[in-house]
Design a protein around this ligand. Structure first.
Ligand code: NAD
Ligand code: TYD
Length: 339
């Protein structure tokens, strides 16, 4: 089995590559990643010498490069993680989200049509469903919840999902889609809530909570997401969407307070800042379908996962220090200086 994993130098894609190489020692895994600000080759260092692994630095939007790779590798599957993934950046500059997330997806699927494929899997997000009201804890996203996006990021992911389903219906491409809730764990880029708060707290810097911090996200340990995708690509039905989430809803403010407690830092570091434009209130996944059809259940409880994650950031400063001391400083200044 040969699998092209796009975006494998990012957070979830790298964790997925580690999972697959470890679980399937006879599979060949090719990482296709153009190394944007969010891609980090040092993350993949532990597998670079693995004879079953190959890294290719190209963009999924580059049709010639993608076709060349298909001709060289004859992949059985493509798992597409490659994306611009940060909502705040999408609010500042939507265009690159459309290029990578929508056009890139179409380029990959065109190559799948041209050369043949057993499975094209699209890694999507619960954000395509928009948000749920805080006062309706009985409501959850199911696979039939209408697409109703809020940000340029979620709109670009929804556009890609619709295109994937269209390629299935129109051309019979054997596709699947998974829509996961917020992930956390090792190698999470420091612009996102949990790593940003851990790293700022370690530096005794203000912890910028948007609005009142009451927004709710449904957090899943990254390994549980990787295991779910593994199940979907092997056993999931073609043409289907699977929601992935572990019923772990938390308010942002409670996460930030928990990080302060775990690190022994004062809550006085918490600073309420101007809210995100169009900020989604609550995400909450109903994972009944993937549980009933594929037997998936999350294994890591949030209380354990957050401790493991904090310990990972404490033990791996050499991974994140070069990131936060580089171009990231300009990003941080721009996004947070006058917020
Ligand atoms: P990330 O930003 O950490 O990594 C994205 C990776 O894609 C990087 O390595 C980057 O270099 C690469 N990339 C970007 N544009 C590319 C292009 N044009 N060609 C090739 N590679 C390119 O993202 P992540 O958090 O690991 O998310 C991975 C996928 O999972 C995304 O599709 C995202 O929408 C989805 N997702 C993420 C979450 C989450 O909580 N992080 C939740 C649900 C779904
Ligand atoms: P984020 O990690 O960007 O994920 P997403 O927006 O895709 O859910 O943000 C998670 C939540 O944390 C979201 O409600 C926005 C909030 N947030 C802050 O309050 N402060 C921050 O500095 C960041 C990055 C996020």
């Amino acid at each position: 089995m040969t699998i092209i994993v796009t975006g494998g130098a990012g957070f979830i894609g790298s964790n997925f590559i580690f999972h697959m190489l470890n679980k399937y020692p006879d599979y060949r895994i090719i990482c296709l990643d153009c190394l944007t600000y969010a891609g980090n080759l040092s993350t993949l260092e532990p597998v670079m010498d693995n004879p079953n692994f190959r890294f290719v630095k190209e963009s999924i939007t580059d049709r010639a490069a993608v076709e060349k790779l298909f001709e060289e590798e004859h992949p059985d599957m493509v798992v597409n993680f490659a994306a611009e993934s940060h909502v705040d950046r999408s609010i500042e500059n939507p265009q690159v989200f459309l290029d990578t997330n929508i056009i890139g997806t179409s380029v990959l699927m065109d190559a799948c049509r041209k050369y043949g494929i057993k499975r094209y899997h699209q890694v999507s997000t619960d954000e395509v469903y928009g948000d749920l009201p805080l006062d309706r804890p009985d409501m959850f996203f199911t696979e039939t919840t209408p697409i109703h996006t809020s940000s340029p990021y979620s709109s670009s992911k929804a556009g890609a999902d619709l295109l994937v389903l269209a390629y299935h219906r129109t051309y019979g491409l054997p596709v699947s889609i998974s829509r996961c809730s917020n992930n956390y764990g090792p190698y999470h880029f420091p612009e996102k809530l949990i790593p940003l708060m851990i790293i700022n707290a370690l530096h005794d810097k203000p912890l910028p909570v948007y609005g009142e911090g009451l927004n709710v996200r449904d957090w899943l340990y990254v390994e549980d997401h990787c295991k779910a995708i593994d199940l979907v690509i092997h056993n999931g039905r073609v043409g289907e969407v699977y929601n992935i989430g572990g019923h772990n809803e938390m308010r942002n403010i409670d996460i930030v307070k928990l990080i302060c407690k775990e690190l022994g830092k004062p809550e006085s570091l918490i600073t309420y800042v101007t809210d995100r434009k169009g900020h989604d209130m609550r995400y909450a996944i109903d994972p009944t379908k993937i549980h009933d059809e594929l037997g998936w259940l999350p294994e890591t409880k949030f209380a354990d996962g957050i401790k493991k994650t904090i310990k990972w950031y404490l033990d791996n400063e050499s991974w994140w220090e070069p990131i936060v001391s580089g171009e990231y400083q300009n990003y941080y200044e721009k996004m947070y200086a006058n917020r």
